[in-house]
Design a protein around this ligand. Structure first.
Ligand code: SAH
Length: 216
């Protein structure tokens, strides 16, 4: 895997584009400028890695558009040492960014092929504290709860109750909810029983599916 001056130049332009689109978290923009997104895509898409677009990563899944990754990550307000649950590892790009921001990342994927690929890549890149699990993310990771932050990177038809339970008091969950188009929700846990639910902009995600897929 090579990261050339040309790739770095394209990343600088992508960061400028994200800034123009309203992303203002400098620590996050610096991480996007540093992390080679083309490592997370198939070689065939290398030329397009720094366009603000989603791309196929196999198994009918996509790596999210950089703007979407930046938008969700900004909403999470990541602090160093935050314990973060990600549902939908996909390529591993989002998990890598979270780790670069100092989070302790627990990422869950239901497709075995993607899980294996992301796990191998993330351990090779040595970006920090990331643990990968082959699980149904609907159920979260109860044995590691509570989480300071939860990020769901697939479109859910409803908010999975297990994820609400596993959020720490004072914690933030960012989750796209809806059937064909999703609205981003930022949910803050106020107390044992109370949650604040802010409904934000529209996005389109691949669906959050139930159960594991270990065949292809
Ligand atoms: N965050 C990823 C993009 C994810 S695309 C990245 O940075 O590349 C959404 C991913 O969610 C897909 O890989 C899909 O297989 C996974 N997914 C869908 N439903 C899931 C579930 N119930 N549990 C875990 N992963 C799930």
């Amino acid at each position: 895997m090579k990261d050339t001056y040309r790739h770095k130049g394209m990343r600088r332009q992508l960061v400028e584009e994200l800034r123009r689109k309203g992303i203002s978290n400098e620590r996050l923009l610096a991480a996007i400028e540093t992390l080679p997104r083309h490592f997370f895509l198939d070689k065939a898409f290398e030329e397009w890695a720094y366009k603000d677009k989603p791309f196929p990563i196999g198994n009918d899944q996509t790596i999210s558009q950089p703007y979407t990754v930046a938008y969700q990550t900004s909403l999470l307000q990541i602090k160093k040492r935050d314990k973060v649950l990600e549902v939908g590892t996909g390529s591993g790009y989002q998990a890598a960014l979270l780790a670069m921001l100092g989070a302790r990342v627990y990422t869950v994927e239901r497709q075995e092929a993607l899980y294996e690929k992301a796990k191998a890549l993330l351990s090779k890149l040595k970006l920090g504290n990331i643990r990968c699990y082959l699980r149904d993310g609907y159920k979260g990771l109860p044995e590691f709860a509570p989480f300071d932050k939860v990020i769901v990177t697939a479109g859910a038809t409803g908010i999975p109750p297990a994820l609400l339970e596993q959020l720490a008091i004072g914690g933030i969950m960012v989750i796209p909810v809806g059937e064909h188009v999703q609205k981003m929700h930022r949910i803050t846990r106020l107390s044992e029983e109370e949650y604040d639910d802010q409904v934000l902009a529209n996005f389109r995600f691949v669906p959050l599916l139930k159960g594991l897929n270990t065949i292809d």
